[in-house]
Design a protein around this ligand. Structure first.
Ligand SMILES: Nc1nc2c(ncn2[C@@H]2O[C@H](COP(=O)(O)OP(=O)(O)OP(=O)(O)O)[C@@H](O)[C@H]2O)c(=O)[nH]1
Length: 383
């Protein structure tokens, strides 16, 4: 007989070709906390060997070998997750505590994330718990310069692991970190050689934890606010090189020179937000600019129930169903905070749009009435 099970958190492990994903996974799989985890490995090419290199016993390693996870194998990934769920519900396998998907190094992460968040059946049973990206200290800088996919993998990561830093030819860590920070100012960076890097806990990113959602939301917010505090007391992180503050540290411009198109910034709002205004803002953003919205995470105070914030997260035009928390992670800070990562979409555009929906008067911006009539706005973000 089938039974209702807890949603299973899914972690995506990514990183460019040869970055050290399988090596890291091998270490993590030795952690006793990985006993009830399943690993899905995607390979590029005809002959799959990665699964042979990942040492583990039993049926917990599943290999998808028909191509790149971001394109052809997406259907296969969904089928595999559906099969795992069926096996759990019918008692053929023990309930899983986690699924890890190791992508091919060439994968654009967004479609993989969307396969989990955007498929209604999968999203009922699995929840994206974030992305861990491995970056190779020897080839990393060059790879980031040359490959858009590698930049996206870093930009949307919830955690970055630097491999091969002990090897000859590794770039100085400070240089690599500056580059990673230019793409992703917030994700914790950990050296693969560190003991913690081999623990199952690095797969937990706090976007979804069935047991203690609230504490984990607190953690990613903490990272976010630590950055903002660093940011000259500003509420908004500025990481694009078109920043108009001429007194800004020159080095900050330098590290961004390759990445003008990817931006990461935050929006902080102290007044609770009208649920309709938020819904329309998100709808417009994702329907008209979904392709440019690499990632968004938010905790929002809504005016109907300001004591119970809502957590949102999305990738491009796909958003997880909003989750109402029982209370604020930190009761002393009840502000709405959004972390947004975009590609080819100006920070000022997004902020102006947000202000317009909130009804804040601004010069040279469309008013809310005009935006409400926007034919591109689609229904569906019911909060
Ligand atoms: N010295 C050193 N070698 C490493 C480290 N991480 C990975 N390697 C080596 O780098 C090579 C590639 O590592 P893999 O773990 O297979 O990399 P991958 O990202 O899974 O590779 P693909 O699946 O081909 O994308 C192997 O020879 C590893 O032994 C590290 O931290 N230090």
């Amino acid at each position: 007989m089938s039974k209702m099970l807890e949603k299973v958190p899914v972690t995506i492990l990514t990183g460019f070709l040869g970055a050290g994903k399988s090596t890291l996974l091998n270490r993590i799989l030795k952690d006793p906390d990985m006993r009830d985890a399943a690993v899905i490995i995607n390979e590029f090419g005809d002959v799959g060997i990665d699964h042979l290199l990942v040492e583990s016993s039993g049926d917990s390693i599943i290999e998808l070998s028909d191509g790149c996870l971001c394109c052809t194998v997406r259907g296969e990934l969904v089928d595999t997750l559906a099969m795992l769920m069926d096996n759990m519900q019918t008692g053929r396998i023990r309930p899983l505590k986690r699924v890890v998907i190791e992508t091919t190094g060439l994968a654009d992460p967004a479609p993989v994330m969307q396969a989990i968040m955007g498929n209604p059946i999968i999203a009922t049973n699995f929840d994206l718990d974030g992305m861990v990206t491995v970056v190779d200290a020897v080839n990393g800088l060059q790879t980031l310069d040359n490959h858009e996919e590698a930049r996206k993998q870093v930009a949307v990561a919830d955690r970055l692991i630097v491999s091969k830093s002990e090897m000859d030819g590794a770039v100085p860590l400070a240089e690599l970190e500056a580059r990673l920070r230019s793409l992703n100012p917030r994700a914790p960076i950990l050296d693969a050689g560190a003991t913690e890097a081999g623990r199952a806990s690095i797969l937990v990113n706090g976007l979804y934890d069935p047991a203690s959602k609230i504490a984990d939301v607190g953690r990613w917010l903490h990272d976010e606010m630590a950055l903002d505090a660093h940011d000259h007391g500003h509420h908004h992180g500025h990481h694009d090189h078109e920043h108009d503050d001429h007194h800004h540290n020159q080095n900050a411009h330098d590290v961004n020179r390759h990445d003008g198109s990817i931006r990461s910034f935050s929006i902080v709002e102290s007044q609770p937000i009208d649920p309709m205004a938020l819904e329309m803002f998100i709808d417009l953003l994702r329907s008209a600019h979904g392709e440019q919205l690499l990632r968004m995470k938010a905790i929002v105070a809504l005016s109907d129930k300001p004591d119970r914030p809502v957590v949102l997260h999305g990738v491009q035009n796909i958003f997880h169903a909003p989750v109402r928390l029982p209370a604020w992670p930190d009761p002393s800070d009840r502000r709405t905070r959004m972390v947004i990562i975009t590609k080819d979409l100006q920070e000022s555009f997004v902020k102006d749009l947000f202000d317009a929906f909130l009804g804040k008067p601004r010069v040279d911006t469309p008013d809310r009435a005009a935006l409400e009539n926007n034919p591109l706005a689609i229904p569906g973000m019911r909060l």
